[in-house]
Ligand binder design. Structure first.
Ligand code: GUN
Length: 300
C-alpha cells in the first residue's frame, strides 16, 4: 500500500490481544470445571455449504480447542428440512455433555429460522438468539448476551472507555448485532440512537456520537467528515473487496486521524465475537454444574 504520510492519532484497539487475554481467564474456568468433574461441550450445526459460514465455524472449533472446550460439528446438507434440524436440536438439548447449541446463520431459505432458534433449550442458547434470552436482554438481564455486541462491550471495558452518559450511535439494526448492541449499551446508561439502511442523512446522526458502532456491511460507509473528533469508532463490518482485501465499514485510514480509538478489520471485533461464544459456553457449563449440585439426590 502507498505511504500517504498520514498521521494516525487514534489508539488502535487490538481485539486479538484482548481476546487472548480473556481466553486465559476462560482456561482457568475450564480447569476449575474439570476439577469438579465437568467438561464444557459445544455443538455447532452448519447447514449447507455457504463458504463464509464454513470459515466462521472452523474458527469457532479452533477457538474451542484453544481453551479446552469439547466441540462437535454437525454438517448437514442444504436440503435438510426444518423438522430434521429441530429433531437434531432436540437430541442435543437432551445430551448432558452438550452445554451450548449453536446453529450457524444464515440458514437456507426454505428453513424456518425462528422455529429452529426457538427449538434450542434457552439454557443452552449460547448465541443468545432464543426469544427467552432476547427478552432477558430487553430487561437488562440475560445469561447469554449475543456474542458480537458482548465482545464490543468487553473491548470498551478493557480499554477503560466510559459508556454511561455517552452519546452512542449504532449503524445497523440487525437482530444479531445492531439491536442487541443498542440494548446492551442502554443497559449501561448510554444515550443510544439506532440508524439503518433507510436513515436519511446518516452523517447528521454519526457526527454526534461519542461512541460510534458500525455494523452495516458496506465498505467505506463511514468517512472522516461523518465522525466527531475524538470519537471512539467500533467497526463490526467484514467485507471482502473484489481485489480480495478484507475491510470493515469504516474508512480506516481517514477516520483513524480523527477518532480517539478505532478497531481494525481484521483483528478488532472479530476475535472478540468468537471469544464471547467460548465465554457463554463456559458460563452454561458452570450453570449446569450449579443446577446439578442443587438437584435433590435420588435415593438408591
Ligand atoms: N452468523 C453471523 N453471525 C453469527 C453469530 O453470531 N451466530 C451464528 N449462529 N451465526 C452467525
Amino acid at each position: 500500500m502507498a505511504d500517504t504520510g498520514a498521521k494516525v492519532s487514534a489508539r488502535i484497539i487490538d481485539g486479538k490481544a484482548v481476546g487472548a487475554a480473556l481466553r486465559k481467564g476462560l482456561k482457568a474456568r475450564v480447569a476449575a470445571l474439570a476439577e469438579a468433574g465437568a467438561a464444557p461441550g459445544l455443538a455447532v450445526i452448519l447447514v449447507g455449504d455457504d463458504a463464509a459460514s464454513g470459515v466462521y465455524v472452523r474458527n469457532k472449533i479452533h477457538a474451542c480447542e484453544s481453551v479446552g472446550i469439547r466441540s462437535v460439528t454437525h454438517r448437514l446438507p442444504a436440503s435438510t428440512t426444518t423438522a430434521e434440524l429441530v429433531a437434531l436440536i432436540q437430541r442435543l438439548n437432551a445430551d448432558r455433555g452438550v452445554h451450548g447449541v449453536l446453529v450457524q446463520l444464515p440458514l437456507p431459505k426454505h428453513i424456518d429460522m425462528r422455529l429452529v432458534l426457538e427449538a434450542i433449550d434457552a439454557d443452552k442458547d449460547v448465541d443468545g438468539f432464543h426469544l427467552y434470552n432476547v427478552g432477558g436482554l430487553v430487561l437488562g438481564d440475560t445469561a447469554y448476551p449475543p456474542c458480537t455486541p458482548f465482545g464490543v462491550v468487553k473491548l470498551l471495558e478493557h480499554e477503560g472507555i466510559k459508556i454511561e452518559g455517552q452519546n452512542v450511535v449504532v449503524v445497523g439494526a440487525s437482530n444479531i448485532v445492531g439491536k442487541p448492541m443498542a440494548l446492551m449499551l442502554m443497559a449501561r446508561d448510554a444515550t443510544v440512537a439506532i440508524c439503518h439502511a433507510k436513515t436519511r442523512d446518516l452523517a447528521q446522526f454519526t457526527i454526534l456520537a461519542d461512541i460510534l458502532v458500525v455494523a452495516a456491511g458496506r465498505p467505506n460507509l463511514i468517512l472522516p467528515q461523518m465522525v466527531k473528533t475524538g470519537a471512539v469508532v467500533i467497526d463490526v463490518g467484514i467485507n471482502r473487496l473484489p481485489d480480495g482485501r478484507l475491510v470493515g465499514d469504516v474508512d480506516f485510514e481517514g477516520v483513524s486521524q480523527k477518532a480517539s480509538y478505532i478497531t481494525p478489520v481484521p483483528g478488532g471485533v472479530g476475535p472478540m465475537t468468537v471469544t464471547m461464544l467460548l465465554e457463554n459456553t463456559v458460563t452454561s457449563a458452570e450453570r449446569a454444574l450449579r443446577n446439578d449440585n442443587k438437584a435433590p439426590k435420588l435415593a438408591t
